[in-house]
Design a protein around this ligand. Structure first.
Ligand code: ADP
Length: 618
């Protein structure tokens, strides 16, 4: 694996801090301050203890001893109070940290071009970064913990150096032990302890990274086969009917086997630190011996022995930790980089800045000018040379067989994709030139595969937390949901589904469609688009919706997509899509008059199946 340069690591780490500052402000700083106090505290205690012991073993002045005792108690008390306060704040922030890390992803997903949400390569990048999140906090959690470790190591090294200066400069009765070469030997021992630990960590990390690379896929599979497949009720139906658990069990067997192979990696990971601990033990022995011999020859008192021994081991620990931090930094920088690769995916859609003129008369018209379109990374045109103009207040029906391009036409109109060729105009101006959010604000769409959320009914309809309940009620009534609303236990405050409330209600596909329709009406946008709005409704509810369609749509410009021709007869204009082209345009009567046309063919084909329904609708 290619090592990351120091400059790169610094820039990645700094960017990591910037993200932490944005999403978890104060967390890394709080942890750093906590660790500063926490790591200095033992040095203060050791220093006071050494002074007390020296005083007792030499001059025995009771007043001085009392001052030292008071000093140690007071500083420990202040440190404890400060630590407890900071800890409380940090714990609170740290417990929320994972949710905030999750928000980094939702923010990015929301800002991506819609086309990228369907781009498998890009979503794979998200998945990779997200898997890192759950395994390693995406590098960000490691950065938080690494900050604490860095402060701890720095304090340990600096304070130890300050408190060991006197060890090396104090003179004993023995010239040999006073020789400056001992300073070198002790420092070499301490450093080699630290180095061996760092080497062990690097080796350990190499094995760990390999293990992680292997494990990511298996974790994903284990999650799917061991959990998702059984827990998700939608999937559980098919799993039971087709007994797909037999496949799952086979894969799980493989996973267990893989886990066994992992055990060897885990063993390798533990052998390196073991070797390092032997080196550290030997190095410590040399240091302790040096302090003991120097004290033996009268260089300092008993209290100072305690100080030097404690402080030398802290110096060793500090160096070890610093080395560890440096190698750990490389590990989490690679995780961070994965996150940044995902966050840096650019928006390629042209973002205009024109505002949409707010018109009380709803005088908006949309025009497709010779629009052709193929989905990204595909070679087939799913729309070809579409020319259509929608006048204000017009009711347009878009009909055609499945796969003829009706939904794609709507997606282009809502600028979820840009045309491959041609242009779409709003009041004569290319829609790309408008501010995207402004442009979206003029559309209310009920997509075929719309989604409702586990919020209250009122929040679902209004798409906001606070809403106008009268308006929500009115829209639900227009959508034909009024009777069902009466039976909702908490009226508009009833939760849909049971994710947030055990009293939440499960709703049928047809009821969901009515709520989605009410949501579109609540938005009160000048354009209302209904993509197969009655697909999940029973024939009577379907009749109800489209017989009231003119009332529902009011003076808005409306587009009604359906493959059931009978339900489109009330529209002013019908556009017939076939294989991505608009093959016919006109009123129902005009189109039916052309016995060679697609509409005539479709009408007659459907008439056989929908005779009863036609009677209802006519
Ligand atoms: P309709 O709404 O008339 O049923 P669509 O507009 O959904 O038709 O689909 C038109 C064609 O585009 C179909 O051949 C479909 O397979 C293809 N298609 C739809 N969505 C995508 C997509 N995200 N990526 C690639 N092809 C797609």
């Amino acid at each position: 694996m290619k090592r990351m340069s120091i400059q790169k690591r610094i820039s990645v780490t700094m960017r990591g801090f910037a993200i932490l500052k944005q999403y978890c402000p104060g967390l890394a700083q709080g942890k750093a301050v906590y660790e500063l106090i926490h790591s200095i505290q033992p040095f203060i205690s050791v220093w006071f203890t050494a002074q007390i012991m020296n005083e007792i073993s030499e001059q025995r002045r009771i007043k001085t001893v009392l001052v030292y005792v008071l000093g140690v108690v007071l500083t420990n008390f202040i440190c404890a109070v400060l630590k407890s306060m900071i800890n409380r704040i940090c714990n609170e922030k740290e417990s929320q940290m994972w949710s905030w890390f999750g928000k980094i992803f939702s923010d990015k997903q929301m800002s991506l071009d819609f086309v990228d949400l369907e781009n498998a390569a890009i979503q794979h990048r998200r998945q990779e970064a997200e898997e890192n999140l759950y395994m390693f906090g995406n590098g960000l959690a490691q950065l938080v913990w690494g900050t604490s470790a860095l402060v701890r190591a720095s304090v340990n090294i600096l304070a130890s150096l300050v408190m060991t200066v006197s060890l090396f400069v104090s003179k004993s009765r023995n010239k040999v032990i006073d020789n400056p070469v001992w300073i070198l030997i002790v420092l070499i021992c301490i450093t080699s302890g630290g180095l061996s630990n760092s080497k062990a960590t690097v080796k350990e990390n190499e094995v760990f990274m390999k293990w992680c690379r292997d494990t990511v896929w298996f974790n994903r599979a284990a999650m799917f086969f061991g959990y998702e497949l059984y827990m998700n009720p939608e999937k559980a139906k098919d799993v039971r009917i087709y007994r797909q658990n037999t496949i799952a069990e086979k894969v799980l067997d493989q996973l267990i086997q893989h886990d066994r192979e992992n055990q060897t990696d885990l063993f390798k990971m533990s052998i390196y630190p073991a070797i390092a601990y032997i080196v550290i033990g030997l190095a410590n022995a040399v240091c302790y011996l040096f302090v003991a011999v120097k004290a033996l020859f009268g260089a300092f008192g008993v209290g100072s022995i305690v100080q030097y021994v404690a402080v030398l081991s802290r110096l060793g620990e500090g160096l070890q930790e610093l080395m560890y931090i440096l190698s750990d930094n490389e590990v989490y920088c690679t995780h961070l980089q994965k996150l940044f690769e995902y966050l840096d995916i650019p928006n390629n859609m042209y973002q205009g800045s024109l505002t949409i003129e707010k018109r009380d008369d709803n005088e908006y018209y949309v025009e497709f000018k010779d629009v052709s379109f193929k989905y990204p990374d595909t070679d087939i045109y799913v729309l070809r040379h579409v020319n259509l103009k929608l006048k204000v207040g017009e009711k347009l029906a878009v009909v055609g067989m499945n796969g003829s391009g009706k939904t794609t036409f709507i997606k282009l109109m809502c600028r979820l994709y840009d045309p491959t060729e041609g242009e779409i105009l709003l009041n004569g101006v290319n829609i790309q030139k408008y501010d995207y959010d402004e442009y979206m604000s003029i559309f209310s769409v009920v997509f075929q595969d719309f989604r409702l959320f586990s919020f209250t009914l009122g929040q679902n309809v209004s798409a906001s937390v606070a809403y106008d309940s009268e308006k929500a009620r009115e829209c639900l009534k227009k959508a034909g949901f009024d009777k069902r609303l009466e039976s909702m236990p908490n009226d508009l405050e009833t939760f849909l589904y049971k994710d947030f409330d055990t009293d939440g209600v499960e709703i049928s596909g047809g009821e969901a469609q009515k709520i989605a329709l009410a949501r579109a009406l609540y938005k009160d946008a000048p354009f209302i688009i209904l993509d197969e709005p009655t697909a999940a409704l029973d024939p009577l509810s379907e009749y109800e919706v489209y017989s009231k369609f003119n009332e529902i749509a009011g003076d808005k410009t409306a587009i009604y997509i359906s493959h059931r021709l009978a339900s489109c007869r009330f529209c002013d204009k019908i556009a017939v899509f076939h294989a991505g082209e608009v093959v016919q345009k006109g009123t129902h009567e005009e189109l039916l008059a052309d016995s060679k046309g697609k509409y005539y063919e479709l009408w007659n084909a459907q008439a056989q199946y929908y005779t009863t329904q036609n009677q209802v609708s006519v």
